[in-house]
Design a protein around this ligand. Structure first.
Ligand SMILES: Cc1cc2nc3c(=O)[nH]c(=O)nc-3n(C[C@H](O)[C@H](O)[C@H](O)COP(=O)(O)OP(=O)(O)OC[C@H]3O[C@@H](n4cnc5c(N)ncnc54)[C@H](O)[C@@H]3O)c2cc1C
Length: 400
């Protein structure tokens, strides 16, 4: 089955893909524009899945990123429920799981990531939280009055714990590390967040990895690295994500834990670009390719790649990384990146009050800033990080 596009095709209709469509039109591209996505509904506000939508008493669907009208205004043909199954570089076609072949002049890969599976010894994958379908499953957890065990102490595991606790569900978090999120937020802020979980009654099982999960008649036996077995009635796994690149295997597009791109989003194949969580972009500061799994990054980089593809440019996306998390009504923002060995200094407020600015760096180098409560400070510190200011500049900004 052949379906002609003759224009630009974007695979993935979420933050990066839809922003790339915006960038293409903004950059002056006026030809056919087709966006396909494996999910049956167009892109939606994914970060809310583990926050207000899980905490809410009533089920609410996540807000769509674009209305049908907005897409029509931009001349975007959206093919929901059309997964890309393969890519033919020579004939410039995407092959869908419906067996259609969609031709393209340029292609933007924005297929994001999929939750890393945790599979029981019987071969069944545990529930995770990545899509709107997963949300429906996650919302049922604990409604039978049984406690819920979360495997993984990353952003998603901890946000899910907070959301379920707010609905009165008994929750245990199992994590391999002693202090979840400390590598991103620093010891002090991570310790304070754990304190919020303890105060809310979350049972924390930290410092031991899950080695295997056995399904039992009453639930699950979760085997830990110290030999203990944790009995769980129901489970959700949040142990990271893997780039959704299976459909590109053998296509000729270079892959290395993501789609390898230069700073501008160009892949190893001319006319093929990548953006968002799936893109392993060249980072000159680190001297290697790296991926971000951040919402704002996917939007900004998606738009940049769209502009580049429309204008035939190769402008690098060079923004300060930004991610946030919401737990127990507190929003913690992280600008830039804490690096291994960095020390954190509280420069405004105090961590225990939940109203603070902590700067992270080594020597006089400023690498990252964690903010809670003081949202107006974000602008100042973002500017400092963008201008590659030093720690002393951050201290001066704080005292000003
Ligand atoms: C529960 C949750 C909470 C989060 N909270 C935050 C937060 O608080 N802050 C933050 O910064 N980030 C957060 N994130 C991360 C953020 O959602 C991602 O960084 C962002 O969604 C990445 O956008 P993307 O467009 O690159 O990829 P995705 O949003 O993953 O979208 C990829 C799209 O591609 C489609 N697709 C995949 N494979 C195929 C295929 N073969 N064919 C066709 N379509 C395909 C998928 O269906 C999907 O719609 C959260 C993520 C999750 C899951």
């Amino acid at each position: 089955m052949s379906r002609t596009s003759d224009g630009i095709v974007i695979v993935g209709a979420s933050a990066a893909g839809l922003s790339a469509a915006d960038g293409l039109r903004e950059g002056g591209y006026s030809g056919p524009l087709t966006v396909l996505d494996a999910e049956s509904e167009p892109g939606y506000d994914r970060p809310m899945l583990s926050k207000s939508l899980l905490a809410a008493k009533e089920h609410t669907a996540p807000a769509p990123l674009r209305t049908g009208e907005q897409l029509a205004d931009k001349g975007v043909e959206l093919l929901s429920g059309h997964g890309a199954a393969g890519l033919d570089i020579d004939r410039r076609r995407v092959v869908t799981d419906w067996g259609e072949a969609i031709g393209w002049q340029q292609l933007i890969v924005a297929t994001g990531v999929a939750a890393r599976p945790v599979v029981t010894t019987g071969g069944d994958p545990l529930p995770s939280l990545r899509t709107r379908t997963d949300l429906a499953t996650a919302r049922r957890l604990g409604t039978d009055g049984h406690p819920v065990t979360l495997i993984g102490g990353g952003f998603i595991g901890l946000e899910v714990a907070a959301a379920l606790r707010s609905r009165g569900v008994e929750v245990t978090v199992l994590a391999a590390v002693e202090r979840p999120l400390a590598h991103l937020l620093g010891d002090e802020v991570a310790g304070w967040l754990l304190g919020l979980h303890l105060a809310a009654g979350v049972d924390l099982g930290l410092g031991h990895a899950t080695t295997r999960v056995e399904q039992t008649p009453g639930g699950y036996d979760i085997h830990l690295s110290d030999g203990r077995v944790h009995r769980a009635a129901s489970v959700l796994a949040g142990v990271g994500a893997e780039p959704a690149t299976g459909w590109l295997a053998g296509s000729g597009v270079a892959l290395d834990h993501g789609v390898v791109t230069d700073g501008a989003g160009r892949t190893s194949v001319e006319g093929v670009w990548a953006a968002g969580d799936v893109a392993a972009r060249w980072d000159p500061a680190l001297g290697r390719h790296r991926r971000f799994e951040h919402w704002t990054h996917a939007i900004e980089q998606g738009r940049r790649v769209g502009l580049n593809a429309a204008r035939g440019e190769a402008v690098a996306h060079d923004a300060v990384p930004y991610v946030w998390t919401e737990q127990y009504g507190r929003t913690v923002h992280l600008l830039g990146e804490r690096r291994p060995g960095d020390t954190g200094t509280v420069v405004e407020g105090s961590v225990e009050s939940g109203d603070f600015v902590v700067v992270h760096g080594a020597g006089d180098a400023l690498h990252g800033v964690t903010v809670c409560g003081r949202v107006r400070a974000l602008r100042t510190y973002k500017k400092l990080l963008r201008s590659r200011a030093c720690l002393n500049d951050a201290l001066a900004a704080a005292s000003a």
